[in-house]
Design a protein around this ligand. Structure first.
Ligand code: GLN
Length: 229
């Protein structure tokens, strides 16, 4: 049994739990909510949901989770969606004026609310490298989504989905512009700037669980870091 915790301080944690519960028999996983350092200690991997990154960081500090989360990220796989992606990033622009505490783990610079405010939220069909049924696009739901501004590392980063240039909220000519990146992996971690948990499509959660479970529950971390799709 592999325990994939979901950080449940604020945001769309219940939706992530629903998606993972649909996969619990297939991948032999449990998906508990994480609200305390003790909850976190029981996890093999973690999802940090979307919501509001400043609030999640503040609540993590108040619950004594900030340092345990940073330590967890050093050794175990973490998937950050939207606000969670911001928290996993190395640096953020457009932070609230009181600043933004980050957990780090993925060497990208990211812009909070990079495509604009709530009314600029949008959906886009995405081709995602490594999902099951690759011919069926995955619906990316972008809500006050962050935008990857650049990669701040020479370490290998695997880009697994980009927004097609013609679907970008603002025109970008270069298809390799980092702002088109909406899903990527680095080392143990996965980052998506959109909300897979808000669809009825379990394939992204299947992708995460599959890469953890391939190792039979023993060396879950190296499995995710070295697998090829
Ligand atoms: N803009 C939000 C933030 O700063 C993230 C939005 C989301 O998670 N949907 O945290």
């Amino acid at each position: 049994m592999i325990t994939i915790g979901i950080l449940a301080l604020q945001g769309a944690f219940a939706e992530h739990q629903t998606r993972l519960q649909n996969l619990r028999l297939k991948h032999k996983i449990t998906a508990p909510l994480v609200k305390t350092p003790e909850d976190l200690q029981r996890c093999d991997a973690l999802i940090i949901p979307g919501g509001e990154s400043t609030t999640i960081a503040l609540l993590a500090r108040l619950s004594g989770l900030l340092e345990p989360l940073k330590e967890f990220i050093r050794v175990k796989p973490v998937w950050g969606t939207c606000a969670g992606a911001i928290l996993l990033s190395q640096s953020v622009t457009n932070a609230k004026k009181d600043g933004q505490e980050l957990l780090g783990g993925i060497d990208v610079d990211i812009a909070r609310n990079g495509w604009g405010s709530q009314v600029e939220s949008f959906e886009a069909p995405l081709d995602v490298n490594g999902l099951s049924d690759p011919s069926v696009p995955f619906t990316g739901i972008f809500i006050r989504a962050p935008v990857v501004l650049g990669l701040s590392t020479d370490a290998p980063i695997r880009i697994i989905a980009r927004l097609p240039p013609h679907l970008l909220p603002e025109p970008i000519d270069d298809p390799n512009d980092p702002r088109t990146i909406v899903a990527l992996r680095q080392g143990l971690h996965l980052l998506t700037t959109f909300h897979p948990e808000l669809t009825q499509d379990d394939r992204f959660h299947d992708y995460f669980a599959r890469h953890l479970c391939d190792c039979g529950g023993r060396r879950t971390l190296s499995c995710f870091a070295t697998s090829t799709n």
